[in-house]
Design a binder for this molecule. Structure first.
Ligand code: SF4
Ligand code: SF4
Length: 383
């Protein structure tokens, strides 16, 4: 006879989840390491991670439900797409890259819907009321560590959960329940071994020794969460990434091993965008057009201004003189100082023959001291 745990896993599989494991609702094994990471202040502007409420719920997830007894932790696989971009861009129409997960339907909505369907099935099977709460990509829980504790996989050197069967191209979620279920065993191995590929490829070298990141230097943070001036020394390292970064996942051998068998398991997260964004067309989108284009995608999280800032940095990194008119127009005419500041940097990076004249003209009309300082710095580096 099939156990309720086996029935739940079979239903999760039928719904399209890449895995479902069961664990307890107590503290996860890497919680003390997480507190040390917080103390080292690698959170960038994600100040919410430092709040007592978040620290408490991450340490005592059971309190999120009052009387939680178990956590169902699940993943949903998406198709890796940035590996397949042509290595050399068309210099007349340079492309920006979007992390693969963001080319799919917004996983927050899709996973929550599927998790609700799963809970309806469980309630029906149990024949009684079940207390539960669903979390998807929530700061309230240490999701990756919970998945590790539930035996789904291990946390790789790039800080992502890697499952041996499906790799790391997946998004995670948890359901806290008051059900007493038979728990899965924690994952006991670190299968990274002596591999260093993610550390070697990381453009900003932000992967630290202890399977963690200096998040404030990670391109995924800089292009999504962070809304301010991108540190000058990191701008050239961002390359063509305009939303997120897949570099450390693309090189991971576990993603190559799992790719073939995982291809069929993406039905929860359909593709909504194609990889490779035309930077010159994209910079022309006004806020309304941006919101319409990305209505079904997590890209809205970057905000229109944040996304435009990323486009300008990617233009500066493109080496394409085709970007000069757009960058120059932002510098001279855009009402947003943040965009003008990054445009000044991008113009210097593209280095047109008349750069000094362009900067002198910009200085003659620029009133914001932050932008003027960027222009002066760029000018001093060019001479
Ligand atoms: S996402 Fe990119 S920047 Fe961040 S750790 Fe991975 S390779 Fe480095
Ligand atoms: S690239 Fe290598 S070191 Fe990095 S997460 Fe994958 S297996 Fe681990």
């Amino acid at each position: 006879m099939r156990t309720i745990e086996n029935k739940i896993k079979a239903e999760a599989d039928r719904l399209g989840f890449s895995f479902l494991h069961i664990t307890h609702s107590g503290q996860t094994p890497h919680y003390p390491a997480y507190l040390r990471w917080l103390a080292d202040r690698h959170t960038g502007e994600m100040g919410y991670l430092l709040s007592e409420r978040v620290k408490h719920s991450r340490g005592e997830p059971a309190d999120l439900l009052g009387k939680a007894r178990s956590i169902l932790v699940f993943g949903a696989r998406y198709t890796p797409l940035t590996q397949t971009l042509p290595p050399k861009h068309n210099q007349q129409r340079p492309l920006g890259q979007i992390a693969s997960y963001a080319l799919h339907a917004d996983y927050h909505t899709a996973l929550k819907q599927a998790a609700k369907q799963l809970m309806s099935y469980i309630v029906q099977e149990m024949g009684k009321e079940v207390q539960y709460r669903i979390f998807v990509d929530s700061s309230a829980l240490l999701e990756k560590d919970t998945a590790f504790m539930a035996g789904a996989g291990w946390i790789g050197k790039n800080s992502l959960l890697i499952t041996p069967e499906t790799g790391s191209f997946q998004v995670l979620g948890c359901i806290l329940t008051d059900l007493d279920l038979i728990l899965d065993k924690p994952f006991s191995k670190d299968l990274c071994g002596s591999c260093q590929k993610c550390k070697q490829i990381c453009p900003t070298a932000c992967i630290t020794e202890n399977h963690n990141l200096r998040a404030e230097e990670c391109i995924a943070y800089l292009t999504i969460e962070y809304k301010g001036v991108i540190p000058r020394e990191l701008r050239s390292k961002i390359g063509s990434w305009i939303f997120g970064c897949d570099a450390c996942q693309n090189v991971c051998p576990w993603n190559h091993k799992s790719q073939a068998q995982a291809e069929n398991n993406t039905n929860l997260l359909p593709l909504v965008l194609t990889p490779g964004v035309d930077l010159l067309a994209e910079i022309e989108l006004d806020e309304l057009a941006f919101r319409e284009k990305y209505a079904a995608s997590p890209i809205l999280r970057a905000t229109h201004i944040g996304f435009q800032r990323n486009l300008i940095v990617a233009m500066g990194n493109s080496g394409s003189s085709a970007c000069l008119p757009s960058v120059n127009s932002v510098l001279e005419e855009n009402p947003n100082w943040l965009l003008r500041l990054h445009a000044a940097w991008a113009l210097a990076a593209l280095h047109p023959p008349d750069l000094s004249q362009k900067f002198e003209k910009a200085l003659s009309i620029e009133e914001d001291e932050r932008v003027r300082e960027e222009i002066r710095l760029s000018l001093s580096e060019c001479v």
